[in-house]
Design a protein around this ligand. Sequence first.
Ligand SMILES: Cc1cc2nc3c(=O)[nH]c(=O)nc-3n(C[C@H](O)[C@H](O)[C@H](O)COP(=O)(O)OP(=O)(O)OC[C@H]3O[C@@H](n4cnc5c(N)ncnc54)[C@H](O)[C@@H]3O)c2cc1C
Length: 403
Amino acid sequence: MPDRAGVDAVKARVAQLVAAYPPATTPPEEFWAAQYDAGLAWVQFPEGLGGLGLDPRLQMPVDEALRAAGAPSNVLRNFMGVGMAGPTINAWACADLKHRLLRPLFSCEEIWCQLFSEPGAGSDVANLSTMAVRDGDDWVVNGQKVWTTLAHIARWGLLLARTDPDAPKHAGLSYFIVDMTAPGVEVRPLRQITGDAEFNEVFFTDVRIPDAHRLGEVGQGWQVAVTTLMNERLALSGLTMTKRGSGPISNAVRLWRETGRSDPALRDALLQTWIETEVIRLTATRAKASLERGTPGPENSTTKLAMALNQQRIWELCMQLAGPSALLIDSYEMTQPTLMGGDGGALDDSDDAEITYCYLVSRGTSIGGGTTDVMRNILGERVLGLPGEPRVDKESSWRLSPR
Ligand SMILES: Cc1cc2nc3c(=O)[nH]c(=O)nc-3n(C[C@H](O)[C@H](O)[C@H](O)COP(=O)(O)OP(=O)(O)OC[C@H]3O[C@@H](n4cnc5c(N)ncnc54)[C@H](O)[C@@H]3O)c2cc1C
């Protein structure tokens, strides 16, 4: 852990911030902008860009102190921005782009989305088909993305596109920041099992992106995408890092008490799930605390995998505890939420009527951000050093890859 003096110094900065911008009376966007200006957005980022150039592990005491002071969290409001785009821009963008993009990203004035998955490329995202062709100082993009969370409100998107179809699939990709309001970008809602249309299909027809909005070299898109994906897993697993016994598991405990169930099998299930939740919370906390370079590695797939299955178990248990009434759904009207997990911040909502909704939302946790099967492959190969899957198309031209 960083030394005590470092922790005290960042906590003092948090105290100054909340004194100048009392969370109870400051609009959230204004608070987040002030947090950025104070260097408390990502403490490891450079000064003037939301950070203080400090050890990344100091972000944890900052976040704890902010939470204790009742400060709002921007994570669900702009998950793809704060959790994924911010660290990717810091690692790969030029100074001009960093200055233009990071502050409105953190203040949530500008929402972000991630344009990786395609109808023919999900787990095997390196196999994607959306093309970007160079034309003077621009790139011209054509293709289709899918499952793009919050694309309907996004100002910017993280786009992975193919710039060299003759190169092997990983080597022919480049990474761009695309203006979602540009001519030729069309966003169509996709209705989910809850009725919400949180994610979308996105179509690109001759969309022009300036070359200045490319991150990394031409053909280096896969390496940039790995930065985004590792940060996505870290951010997803970070969603569990609430206080002991709080978050979704508190619903199961509350329901157990309220329904006065005497079934010993359900009691065992509740205890087992509570213990598992606490172990995952502590593991996620330790993983974050041990981040030394600020760049998460494949180990984060452990907490992403465990968290996804744990969330599903908790909400399944809540459904059992709530009984048959939990099967009733009030409304299946299509709505387009402005937050991940619904506008109610549903993943840890304590309202009974939300139990069914949360149960349905949790079905996707083992798919979004990489499926559990893919997480197991990554852990097996890159953490445990087990033999890799046979990958016959790794070296040959993408044109020959099976699709
Ligand atoms: C809630 C939610 C939000 C999402 N938001 C976004 C977003 O904002 N942006 C974005 O780009 N994408 C997003 N996605 C898409 C997500 O990344 C993909 O759904 C995911 O990567 C899986 O791809 P796929 O759906 O094409 O399934 P496939 O890749 O077609 O997989 C189908 C099945 O095969 C299994 N499988 C595939 N390959 C292997 C393998 N090598 N070994 C073992 N099993 C395998 C999978 O585990 C799965 O069970 C989101 C998904 C969800 C559920």
